[in-house]
Design a protein around this ligand. Structure first.
Ligand SMILES: [Zn+2]
Length: 401
């Protein structure tokens, strides 16, 4: 959401495009560029390029530096993106845990912290807590809050991305309809983007590790089960932001399992971390949460290993249908239970390869995330950077006082 579009704030007409944003986009994606290279790339007059560069230089969005010798031995001036010009605040809020960071405008983490946090404490408590953590991190790196370009937050439930509002999140009591983006925008007066945590994991995975993968699924198996979908290189959120709600796919023969969403037989109610922990506890093996399940699996507990393999098969069975529908080239498994590679991943692979169409699985890779702790933060920063550094946003920034 742009701060300009918030109810109660001044809505200004957009100034005409001045082309500075397009120039910045080239410099950001291609690295330092000379004036001549920009003239060639854009096909406009040298004076036009100079004018656009001046606008970006005046705003400190780029810096000029001397490159190597030109064709006649004269040094060439190169224009480089000034990623230190500002910062982005990024948070990945899970059900019981939160990662919080400040990044530069290239998405590089400058300071971060992680804490146990109960999302069930409600939006006001959690968001007040989050603002305090952001303030501490800004202080730690000596960054003035006026240099914050935007805020990105991932939440463990469905989010209407256009307004940044959670929509009937099953495991976030008190958050339904709470205007999270607006609440933070009132505080920071910058664009705030809120999305489902697994969407941000999918985006973070793609940006960090799989930039050439245009069709991927990122499946988080932790307390609950969720999925982020990237098709044609873009996040697929669906009409209301509910796309990828894998955890609440109904399993016909599991009617006995009551889900946190109120329905019976949801995949998450049978194979999610909270469900597995509950079942083990009922069987006399007290397990408080998903993370402890992994500890027991690593110690070689066979009952836990069996349960994880069964959970993997159930998740794989549902994913096999998704693979037939979406034909991804890559599935990334992440979340606490993804560490049980031997059991969970084996079960998932077994079902996908046996139940999906051969053409859909011919080149399909199924991997475990290599950076589970930091991917969500990268994704949260990425949605903000895509918005605040978009050509139209930069054109607006350089043409306003
Ligand atoms: Zn459910």
């Amino acid at each position: 959401m742009s701060a300009q579009g918030l109810p109660g704030t001044l809505v200004r007409p957009s100034p005409p495009a001045n082309g500075a944003g397009e120039v910045l986009g080239i410099i950001r994606t291609q690295g330092p560029c000379s004036r001549a290279a920009l003239v060639d790339l854009l096909g406009v007059a040298r004076s036009t390029v100079a004018q656009r560069l001046d606008l970006l230089l005046q705003r400190d969005l780029i810096v000029a530096e001397q490159g190597g010798g030109g064709t006649r031995g004269r040094p060439t001036t190169l224009f480089r993106f000034n990623h230190a010009r500002g910062v982005v605040l990024a948070a990945d809020l899970g059900v019981t845990h939160a990662g919080v960071a400040v990044t530069d405008l290239a998405g590089t983490v400058l300071a971060d912290t992680s804490h146990d946090l109960e999302i069930a404490a409600g939006p006001r408590h959690v968001l007040d807590w989050l603002v305090q953590r952001f303030t501490e991190l800004l202080d730690r790196i000596g960054m003035d809050p006026s240099r914050v370009f935007g805020v990105g937050v991932g939440l463990p439930g469905p989010v209407e991305a256009s307004t940044g509002t959670p929509v009937r999140p099953p495991i976030m009591p008190g958050w339904d309809g709470f205007p999270v983006a607006q609440h933070l925008a009132d505080h920071y007066r910058v664009p705030v983007l809120v999305d489902n945590d697994v969407n941000l994991l999918a985006l973070g995975e793609q940006r960090m590790h799989w930039p050439d993968s245009e069709h991927l699924l990122c499946v988080k198996v932790a307390t609950g089960i969720g999925m982020g979908i990237i098709t044609d290189g873009r996040l697929a959120r669906g009409a209301q932001g509910a796309a990828g709600d894998l955890g609440h796919v109904h399993l016909a023969d599991k009617q006995d399992y009551l889900c946190a969403c109120g329905n019976h037989g949801c995949l998450e109610a049978v194979a999610g971390g909270a469900a597995l922990a509950r079942r083990l506890t009922e069987r006399g093996l007290p397990v408080p949460d998903a993370r402890h399940i992994i500890g027991l699996a690593k110690q070689g507990n066979t009952e836990v290993a069996d349960l994880l393999r069964q959970a993997g098969r159930l998740i794989g069975e549902v994913l096999a249908t998704v693979v037939n529908v979406l034909n991804p080239s890559l599935i990334i498994i992440t979340g606490d239970l993804a560490q049980a590679q031997e059991q969970l991943l084996t079960g998932i692979r077994e079902m996908i390869y046996s139940r999906s169409l051969p053409l859909a699985t011919r080149d399909l890779r199924i991997v475990v995330s290599s950076t589970p702790g930091s991917t969500g933060i990268v994704g949260a920063a990425a949605i903000v950077l895509d918005r605040v550094l978009a050509p139209a946003a930069i054109d607006r920034l350089v043409s306003t006082g």
